[in-house]
Design a protein around this ligand. Structure first.
Ligand code: NAP
Length: 283
């Protein structure tokens, strides 16, 4: 990975930080993102120490805000003349429905629209740097997901689990549609389930609804390093050079939710998402 530049959203903790250590250890310049500069700087220092690579940069943004995604994308474009890999990793869970400053349901905003918008804004740079890769961290929860176009933001009927499942299926559909749109550009798009991993996931949900579940399953969870393995593999391995439009778990291609293979649905989700974040749908 020497000479390559990799941006990982949410590299201050959990799977993203472990992936940053793994990829920096291979010699790449790694950019991590977080909401708080001091926390992100501390994480960057730790990643540099663990990987032995001093080329770790910090970008600060709350990715649930579209304005912040846009500002951060501008900073990334100024800082990085080339971008070889984008890892869309940030995601969260909320048991109760609430809206972002953009008037979008939070799970949809952070888990799906943020990677959609960030990738769109960085796409020309990725294409100019080809061969390049976009890796999006989904979840096994995608298999239970359904895109409810009539109630995408759970206005009429919200459940945290349903919103999460939908957002993770959206990650998979986004990846497949992106792969289709990027055919012949040399930029690939893959997505993955990291496995149940011992991180701070869902800890910010004020209801702490997942806490009892996490308490029970924590002993069986993977370490963040293990959870990051498929991320690092898809971001760096020569074995997946040119592989695109696939869903992985444990470094193996797997079948995803049947609906994710429906090109009409993935195209519709793309159009709706482009509209919600105000980017042109290039078709
Ligand atoms: N853990 C699991 O068992 C599991 C299973 C399946 C899928 N996943 C998926 O794996 C991905 C990573 O999850 P994780 O378990 O590593 O979670 P985590 O420990 O909660 O990850 C936290 C990271 O996300 C960043 N972050 C959180 N909210 C943010 C926001 N609004 N704006 C910008 N950054 C934000 C945090 O940065 P700061 O706090 O520094 O801002 C931190 O770097 C998610 O997409 C999740 O859905 C996880």
């Amino acid at each position: 990975m020497t000479g390559k530049t990799v941006l990982i959203t949410g590299g201050t903790g959990g799977i993203g930080k472990a992936a940053a250590v793994g990829i920096a250890s291979m010699g790449a310049r790694v950019g991590i993102t977080g909401r708080d500069r001091a926390r992100a700087e501390r994480a960057a220092t730790a990643i540099e120490a663990e990987s032995g690579n001093p080329a770790v940069d910090v970008f600060v943004a709350d990715l649930s805000s579209q304005a912040e995604v846009r500002r951060m994308a501008d900073e990334v474009l100024s800082a990085y003349p080339r971008l070889d890999v984008l890892v869309n990793n940030v995601g969260g869970f909320w048991a109760h429905r609430h809206m972002t400053s953009d008037g979008v349901e939070h799970t949809l905003a952070l888990n799906h629209l943020a990677p959609f918008l960030l990738t769109s804004l960085l796409l020309d740079r990725l294409i100019a740097s080809a061969p390049a890769r976009v890796v999006t961290v989904a979840s096994g929860a995608q298999s239970m997901g359904k895109i409810d176009f009539d109630d995408l933001m759970g206005e009429h009927d919200y459940s945290g689990q349903r919103a999460y499942n939908q957002s993770k299926l959206a990650n998979v559909m986004f990846t497949y549609e992106l792969a289709r749109r990027l055919e012949a550009t040399g930029v690939t798009a893959t997505t993955l389930h990291p496995g149940m991993t011992n991180t701070s996931f869902s800890a910010e949900d004020p209801s702490r609804a997942m806490a009892p579940v996490v308490f029970v399953v924590r002993p069986f969870m993977r370490s963040p390093e293990k959870g990051a393995e498929t991320v690092v593999y898809l971001a760096s391995s020569a074995a997946v050079e040119g592989v695109t439009g696939k869903y992985y778990a444990n470094r193996k291609a797997k079948k995803s939710n049947d609906s994710s293979y429906d090109g009409e649905v993935t195209a519709r989700l793309w159009r709706v998402s482009a509209d919600l974040v105000g980017v042109a749908d290039a078709g």
